[in-house]
Design a protein around this ligand. Structure first.
Ligand SMILES: [Zn+2]
Length: 309
């Protein structure tokens, strides 16, 4: 009987591995089928910028200043991996939702997780890859596995510069220039709820932070960009920076002042996202869509009353 149980357990393990692998392969297929326009709109979807900045911070402490072995267990990134393997990783940084590993030969590994990508870290010795691991980065003490990213490529220095020039100022970066974002917002008729999530305008804010920041700043998400004055923009920028900084620190979205990070349910740490009732006025929260993504507004606390110029 014990023998049989062992066999069943092994079988389950094999099936679980197989299913995981097939799922990752399907995700890779999905990523290649997504047309560029949709891929661009994925920019404004999960994960939010704080998770990528948190990953950059963690990976810096685990891998920076080390000679890395870079592999593609799945086989789809073998050539790219061979360009940087054996090189020293100088540092790892995030620009919005883009994760960049800089190597001492001037090249960079560029990762964008898209909707389905996953990062796993692991202490050495290395275990068997779980699922279809596109790229594995092995350092002295830890390894990082990345499955199903939307983008996984090696960039030469000028290609890296092109990339960061396309990304709007990132609220989490100390070198960001918020004026660049305001210049775009004040010229646009698009709703502010769309603009602050457009990674080419400003980088870092995802779907949950979008609703939360605008509620905290008493601003209706459908207010056109060209009705936003400098002062209002400054409030959005500062609040985004403060909230995402908390997000990086706790690796969790916390937008309720004084809320604890220990709570597992994000609903207890947000004010309005996916809520029925506004915590400020107890009125009903309206749910609608901006560019196909859920948005939430309290029409009482965030009236659409911009002055017509
Ligand atoms: Zn309200």
């Amino acid at each position: 009987m014990r023998h049989l149980n062992f066999n069943n357990k092994s079988k389950r393990k094999v099936y679980a591995c197989l299913i995981r692998y097939l799922l990752d392969e399907a995700i890779d297929k999905l990523n290649t089928l997504v047309p560029p326009a949709v891929r661009q709109s994925q920019e404004s979807q999960l994960p939010e910028g704080h998770t990528i900045h948190r990953a950059a911070r963690d990976h810096n402490s685990l891998l920076a200043d080390q000679k890395l072995t870079v592999l593609s267990p799945q086989g789809r990134f073998t050539e790219g991996a061979s360009r940087v393997t054996g090189r020293i990783c100088i540092n790892i940084e995030a620009f919005g939702k883009h994760l960049i590993y800089h190597f001492d030969n001037g090249e960079a590994l560029h990762i964008h997780l898209g909707l389905f990508g996953k990062i796993r870290k692991q202490r050495l010795p290395a275990a068997e890859p779980r699922g279809a691991v596109r790229v594995r980065l092995v350092g002295n003490t830890h390894l990082i596995d990345i499955n199903g990213p939307n983008i996984c490529e090696i960039l030469a220095e000028h290609e890296f510069m092109d990339l960061i020039n396309r990304i709007g100022p990132d609220v989490l970066r100390s070198d960001a220039n918020p004026t660049l974002a305001f210049e775009k917002i004040k010229k646009s008729k698009a709703p502010i709820g769309r603009l602050i999530m457009d990674q080419a305008v400003m980088a870092g804010i995802g779907n949950i932070y979008r609703s939360e920041i605008l509620w905290r700043q008493a601003l209706h998400p459908e207010t056109p960009g060209n009705r936003i004055d400098q002062q209002t923009f400054n409030r959005i920028w500062e609040d985004a920076r403060a909230l995402l900084t908390i997000g990086v620190k706790h690796n969790a979205i916390i937008t309720v002042d004084g809320a604890r990070a220990s709570s597992r349910r994000y609903r207890e740490r947000v004010n309005i996202f996916a809520k029925e009732v506004c915590p400020r006025c107890k009125g009903k929260v309206r749910r609608f869509e901006i560019s196909g993504r859920r948005a939430f507004v309290c029409e009482v606390c965030q009236p659409l009353n911009y002055r017509v110029k």
